[in-house]
Design a protein around this ligand. Structure first.
Ligand SMILES: [Zn+2]
Length: 294
């Protein structure tokens, strides 16, 4: 089951308590299933609960009886599609009459906008798995339906964008906070929570990666500095014998030779008489300078 259909299942379990919201949800469902449009009498979906909700709502809110048919996706493959069918012109007329004259008022209250968006999302929306991308979209299907949707989202402070992809008139949301806010408004707190969790996991991974990269860079720097110091110490001792190293530098030279991976702090702590990091640095520099001198 995709993330999108899980979110839809969550939404389909809601039954609005107020009449105003029931009408608004029905409007969202039927308008974006295109069943209120001239010449459209069927709506097809892969999601059984969406088909059932559409049929139930048409009956409860508009008093009409839509058929909900189950048809195989293909002759040999598995899986089913669900077709919601308005049986005749009389029923269609009754259905459209339920909204006639007061479509403007349907979206006046915030509770109703939320219900309307839920209905629209159930029939024409998709949301991408947040692990892959933050993207939620509605295929509005016409400029008029696109404008109604965009207006409804603006009304409740969701930043939506528009685009026309193959005459589908898409309204989409990209911002992760807006996606979570919209899901919560529509009534899918679990799906919204999943987005929040995914974002937290992604953030943690990014910072862990940054930390690992940063640690690695520090180690690389330490090792490359240590390699130069070791080369200098070996040169000094090889060319001029152990006495070439002044007594006060002998312990640090021996420590460095044995411990190329040690940081300045670790070196300073390993000395019999610990000195500061800059003191260690100073002594190592001194060794390098001596090695330079012929
Ligand atoms: Zn309401």
């Amino acid at each position: 089951m995709t993330y999108s259909s899980m979110a839809k299942s969550e939404l389909c379990r809601i039954r609005p308590e107020n009449d105003c919201c029931r009408l608004a949800e029905a409007y969202g469902l039927l308008l974006y299933a295109k069943l209120l449009s001239e010449g459209h009498d069927t709506y097809t979906t892969d999601h059984q609960e969406v088909a059932r909700l559409l049929g139930e709502t048409a009956a409860a809110v508009c008093g009409i009886y839509a058929d909900v048919l189950t048809v195989p996706k293909s002759t040999k493959g598995s899986g089913y599609r669900y077709v919601v069918k308005i049986p005749n012109a009389e029923q269609k007329k009754l259905m459209c009459a339920a909204f006639a004259g007061h479509t403007g008022g349907i979206l006046e209250k915030e509770c109703c906008v939320n219900a309307f968006l839920r209905g629209a999302f159930a029939v024409c929306g998709t949301v991408t798995d947040p692990m892959k991308d933050y993207h939620l979209e509605f295929l509005a299907g016409s400029p008029r339906r696109r404008d109604i949707l965009a207006g409804a989202m603006k009304r409740v402070g969701i930043r939506a964008h528009e685009l026309n992809r193959n005459e589908r008139w898409v309204v989409y949301v990209k911002d992760v906070d807006d996606i979570m806010a919209l899901m919560t408004r529509m009534g899918a707190p679990y799906a919204a929570g999943h987005v929040a969790q995914t974002r937290a996991v992604k953030g943690w991974r990014n910072s862990a990666n940054r930390r690992v990269n940063c640690d690695q860079a520090n180690i690389d720097r330490t090792v490359s500095a240590a390699e130069q110091q070791i080369a200098a110490i070996r040169r000094l001792m090889g060319e001029r014998g152990p006495d070439a190293i002044p007594p006060e530098l002998r312990e640090i030279a021996a420590l460095r030779l044995e411990n190329p991976e040690m940081s300045l702090r670790e070196l300073s702590e390993s000395l019999t008489e610990p000195i500061s990091r800059s003191g260690v640095n100073h002594r190592l520099k001194k060794l390098m300078e001596l090695a330079e001198q012929k």
